[in-house]
Design a protein. Structure first.
Length: 112
């Protein structure tokens, strides 16, 4: 993370289906906690990935999504969303699966 910050500076943000999503973080509490913990902006948004447009992300970075990279560990959410919206996408391994909800753990098997 530190290397990424040193290369990209403030041009990094989190676009999560929990922190920052109105459905699960309506008051922005989760976003603020995550931002303080990792030192990266969390983008607030209304629609859960893979649905929705890239409007909030384009607004955050001031450019079209075709000039941005979506890095994620979920093929059916992060990568599908990124591809639908014109991002260059990079699939990574999860940092940790320890605290994932059961449904996410179950979906990981067909994703793999």
């Amino acid at each position: 993370m530190d290397q990424c910050k040193s290369l990209f500076g403030n041009n990094i943000a989190v676009y999560s289906n929990s922190a920052g999503l109105d459905e699960y973080d309506p008051d922005g509490r989760k976003s603020r906690i995550l931002e303080r913990a990792i030192g990266i902006k969390v983008i607030k948004h209304r629609v859960k990935k893979p649905a929705g447009t890239a409007e909030e992300i384009e607004k955050q970075f001031g450019c079209e999504s075709s000039r941005l990279i979506m890095v994620g560990d979920r093929p059916f959410t992060d990568i599908v969303y990124g591809n639908r919206n014109g991002f260059l996408t990079i699939l990574t391994e999860p940092v940790s699966c320890a605290e994932e909800p059961l449904i996410v753990q179950q979906v990981r098997f067909p994703e793999d």
